[in-house]
Every structure is written in C-alpha cells, then in structure tokens.
Design a protein around this ligand. Structure first.
Ligand code: PLP
Length: 419
C-alpha cells in the first residue's frame, strides 16, 4: 500500500485560468459535415452534426433506429445497409468522439468492456500485454481470463515504477494498456514517457481515458495509438446508458477495429448513441463544475482525522500532482480515501450518507460512493487487490452536480456518525 505523507499542509485545490480546456483545438481541420469553423473542442462537443439534417432541417440530429436500410437499386453499394455495420446516429457519435480525442476515427461499442475487448482482439496468441496492476477490476478480470484461455500473455505491473515497466517491456510486448488516473487509487501515469518506452520495443499503446474524458486529457496527442472509453461515465454523464468507444489514432487500425466490431457485433445501439451524444453536448460544463466541487471535497476530507489518506491528484501532497498538472487540463471529479477503522467504520459511514448513493459506476450528475474491495474490484481477487493497494477501508467517490455545501455537510455528518 502506498503511503502518502499527510503531515504536509496541503495547498487548496484551485483551477487557474490557464488550467482549463478552453483554448485547445481538436486538430481536425475540416470534414464532410462542413464544420471547419469548429476549431475549439468545446464547439465540437456542443455542435458537431447540429442543423445538418438534409431531410427536414432538424436542428438536433435525428435518431435512426432502423436496423436496415433499403438498397437504392440492385447491386448498389451504399454507406448504410445494416445497423450492426453502420448506422447514421452511431456514426455521428463516433465522429464526435474521434474529433474530441484528436483521433483518425472511432468505433462506438455496447459497453466499456466491449471497447477493451475490441482492442484486445488485435492480439495474436503468444503476444504479450503489459497492463497496470491497479486497473479497473473488470479489465483486470478480462485480461486474466483471456490469458488463461491462451489468447495472449499478460503481465500486470506497477506502472508508477519505471524500472518494473522497463523490465516487463524488455521481455517483449505487443500492447501496453494505461489507465490514468487509475481506478480507484487515482495514480497518474506519464503517458508520453510510457508511449516512448512502448514504442522502443514495438508495442502499441492503449489509454483508458474514462476517468477524465477528452475534456481534461487527450492521450493521442501524447503518443497513444488507441483511446478507450466507458462512455457510461462522463461522456454520457447521466447514468442512463452503458456504452463504450475505441478511438484509433490512425486509419489502418481503425479499419481493423471496425472489421472486428462488425464481425463480433459489439457495436453500440443507435438509441444509446443518441443519448450519449446528447450527454456529450454538456460534457465541458458538467465536468468543470464537478471537478471544482471535487477539489473542495478533497480539501475537506484531507483535514479530517477519521481519514488517513485522500487520493486526489489535485492535492499538492499527491505524489503525481505535478505530472497531473502537466498532462491533464484539470484534476477531474473522482477521488478516493482511506477511512481509519477498516470495514466497520466503512459500514457505519456509508449507512449514514444521505446524498451520496452507495453504487458502482461514476461520472454521472449524481454523487456516488463505492467500496472497491466489495464492489467494483471484487472480481480481481483478494491477492491482486492487496498487491494493487486496494484495502478494506478504501472508498471511491464520484462527485456530481449537487451543491458543494450539501455534499460537504453530508460527509461531515456521516464522519461524525462513525464515532
Ligand atoms: N474502464 C474503466 C476505467 C472503468 O471504470 C470501467 C467501468 O467502471 C470500464 C472501463 C468498463 O466500462 P463498462 O462498465 O461501460 O463496461
């Protein structure tokens, strides 16, 4: 378990003007939708595909639920034939996500795990994957299960430890997976440095950007070949869709992934795509507001004697604070903390909460609290959890859009209830 020195008085978490996503551009010059004027990715999130409906001039892009499309004539090749392969509503979401991430294209999948699996489908038996030992429990479980079935080799390493990563790569690797900030310990990995290390042994780099979204981090610009999302989280943002996406940096990978997604049928539904695009429209204001409150919550928890450590990259005492400041456009709205008193204290604390809901998932408009050891990371097994530093007193929090003062008072009264 990583011990963070909490004796140093932390600086309050604040977001300076130059630490926001306002001025970044997508790197996309123009496209067939005629949006060359959209230079700032905020505009892309809000307006990609708006008022482009050729049929009726609908301002909001229509939802095409149809599973199939009529052939205009016999032996006619056309873009839309069958919705597993291609669907206008899903394609607009994919186009928007690709532009937000600065990628060559995207595949929208039925879940975040389907997106992880889609990237893994590029591997051949005998090839090696190097993954973080503290990644999302579902990703850990999938990698271990596919390894056990002989699909590929996998090695879980502490990616914070440069030596351990270098040693793992020395044995050869086809794919490196990075999850930053990590779930649930909020460790920040240096994407650019890992990309260099991966490329030096010919490995591809996939970054799970679920915790920050493209509003706060853009891995392709830092050398990633693939960006993975559970769009269930910040991109949809309203906890009413399970979905995922893979954004590929280049078109060859994109075609390969598209072909696998079509063959295996993991593409997302049009209705979910519609809802997710609707969520993307408000991504920036949501996450900015949520991270402001998260900073205040982290400051508050950090002062409390009932808590031994707060994991939030925005705290000056966080071991990766400087890296987060350099690599991210914001510290995000996820944090975790270690409650003194172990599982008994956790039980009393969560039972007393009135606004935070005890539930899995994250990134929605509602504030959630999860106990990784018995919930999100239970599938990892006790040994792997211990190795990753996920203890019984650890709680993970996703900050929503409720008023900061209400959240702070909910936490204060629930901490008081432990005693
Ligand atoms: N990646 C991360 C970082 C996650 O937190 C999750 C789910 O919590 C996933 C991937 C899997 O996404 P989904 O639940 O949409 O399948």
């Amino acid at each position: 378990m990583e011990i963070i020195n909490v004796c140093i008085a932390p600086a309050p978490v604040t977001l300076s003007d130059d630490f926001c996503a306002d001025d970044r551009t997508s790197g996309v010059a123009s496209d067939e939708l005629g949006i060359a004027a959209m230079k700032n990715i905020r505009t892309i999130a809000a307006a990609n595909g708006i008022a482009k409906d050729a049929a009726f001039g609908a301002v909001t892009p229509p939802l095409y639920l149809s599973s199939n499309f009529a052939f205009r004539e016999f032996e006619h090749e056309q873009e839309y034939e069958y919705s597993r392969t291609s669907n206008p509503t899903r394609n607009l979401l994919a186009d928007t996500l690709a532009k937000l991430e600065g990628g060559g294209g995207a595949i929208v999948t039925s879940s975040g795990m389907a997106a992880v699996h889609l990237v893994l489908s590029l591997l051949h038996p005998g090839e090696r994957v190097v993954a973080p030992h503290d990644c999302y429990g579902g990703t850990h479980r999938l990698l271990a299960a596919l390894h056990d079935k002989g699909h590929f080799e996998v090695e879980f390493v502490d990616q914070q430890n440069e030596g351990a990563l270098a040693a793992a790569l020395q044995l050869g690797a086809a794919l490196v997976i990075v999850e930053t900030p990590s779930n649930p310990l909020m460790r920040v990995s240096d994407i650019e440095a890992i990309s260099r290390q991966a490329k030096s042994v010919g490995a591809r780099l996939a970054v799970d950007n679920t915790f920050l979204s493209p509003a706060l981090q853009q891995p392709i610009a830092l050398g990633a070949d693939f960006v993975i999302h559970s769009t269930t989280k910040y991109l949809n943002g309203h906890s009413d869709v399970v979905g995922g996406a893979v954004i590929a940096a280049n078109s060859i990978d994109l075609e390969n992934l598209q072909s696998w997604a079509n063959m295996t049928g993991v593409t997302g539904s049009p209705f979910d795509s519609y809802l997710t695009l609707r969520g993307v429209r408000s991504l920036f204001p949501r996450i900015e507001r949520q991270q402001r409150t998260a900073g205040a919550v982290a400051d508050f928890l950090d002062q409390r004697s009932e808590i031994s450590v707060v994991h939030y990259p925005g705290l000056a005492t966080h071991p990766n604070h400087e890296l987060a400041q350099r690599q991210q456009s914001g510290f995000g709205a996820m944090l975790s903390f270690e409650l003194n008193g172990g599982i008994a204290a956790v039980r009393r604390f969560v039972a007393a909460l009135k606004i935070f809901t005890l539930a899995e998932s994250l990134g929605g408009i509602e504030s959630l609290i999860a106990h990784p050891a018995t919930m999100t990371h239970v599938g990892m097994g006790a040994e792997a959890r211990l190795a990753a530093g996920i203890g019984e007193g650890l709680l993970r929090v996703s900050i929503g859009l409720e008023a900061e003062e209400d959240l702070l008072s909910d936490l204060a009264s629930s901490l008081a209830a432990i005693a």
